[in-house]
Design a protein around this ligand. Structure first.
Ligand SMILES: CN(C)C(=N)NCCC[C@H](N)C(=O)O
Length: 269
């Protein structure tokens, strides 16, 4: 079956973890007493970039800024669809200064950046399926931002309510496999949102809490290769049964800040 899974080459924006640390706690995974091994974090991040490159994906890099330890989580900086950039307005004051650096990168690269009026955390909560944006709310991104995103992009935005603080961003509980299908962990969503996902994606791969706690839902797929946490072995095996090729990449140092593979990866479409 894997013969029929065709990868689509992607362009990713990333930010090196030179200043990565856990210095504050803004999600349940973070504890400022946790020691981060910055050398190991750097090695793990470099392995992710090498994995993307060796599968043909192109990489743009943004310079990290001292004092912004979460800046490595590039996915939170914007949503880019059809060359249009919808910027972020972070929930936590600690992360708000990241936006001006990301906006500057986009502007220098030739993009206009829309500045939202309400809290929104980029691809952390706005996930492009190829047809519409699935939009998380409950912990970070607001419903008002969903409305703004729909006005801005002119694509349908489907609001989904997250209910488990461990899965505080949509991209901790759901990822897109290809133009047809997604993977999600149903219990991370309110009953109504779960029903919406069931109706939209009747053939979706359903993940367990163990898959989600192992960061398996924070994966990046190019339609064939799935860059996935090696801790999510069971989910990777189920994806392999369906013809996808799991590419394990360990970002365990970043889990200490509540982030993983997808969080470190901003897609420019
Ligand atoms: C999948 N996730 C959660 C992301 N898209 N981003 C990670 C952000 C981590 C940061 N410490 C924070 O709490 O904002």
């Amino acid at each position: 079956m894997s013969e029929s899974r065709v990868p689509r080459l992607r362009r990713f924006l990333v930010c090196e973890p030179r200043h990565f640390a856990v210095q504050y706690a803004i999600n349940p995974w973070m504890n400022p007493d946790t020691r981060v091994d910055v050398d190991l974090a750097q090695e793990q991040w470099t392995a992710l970039i090498s994995a993307y490159r060796s599968h043909g994906h192109s990489i743009d890099r943004l310079e990290p800024v001292p004092g912004l330890p979460d800046m490595v989580f590039a996915a939170n900086s914007a949503v880019v669809v059809g060359g249009r950039v919808f910027g972020s307005l972070f929930h936590a004051p600690e992360r708000r200064p990241e936006s001006s650096h990301y906006d500057l990168w986009f502007k220098t690269a030739g993009y206009d950046v829309y500045r939202p009026g309400s809290v929104v955390e980029g691809e952390g909560d706005l996930v492009w399926t190829g047809r519409y944006l699935l939009a998380g709310t409950g912990f970070r991104t607001t419903r008002e931002a969903h409305r703004e995103a729909q006005e801005f992009f002119g694509h349908p935005v489907i609001s989904l309510t997250l209910v488990d603080p461990y899965f505080y961003h949509l991209d901790t509980a759901l990822f897109v496999l290809d133009d047809e299908n997604i993977v999600y962990y149903p219990e991370a969503f309110s009953p109504g949102s779960c029903e919406v996902l069931r109706r939209l994606f009747p053939r979706a791969v359903l993940a367990t809490r163990d898959d989600a706690l192992a960061w398996g839902l924070n994966s990046v797929s190019d339609g064939r290769h799935v860059f996935i946490a090696p801790q999510a072995e069971a989910l990777a095996a189920r994806l392999a049964d369906q013809g996808y090729e799991p590419v394990p990449v360990d970002l365990s140092e970043f889990h200490k800040a509540g982030g993983g593979i997808k969080c470190c990866t901003q897609e420019i479409r």
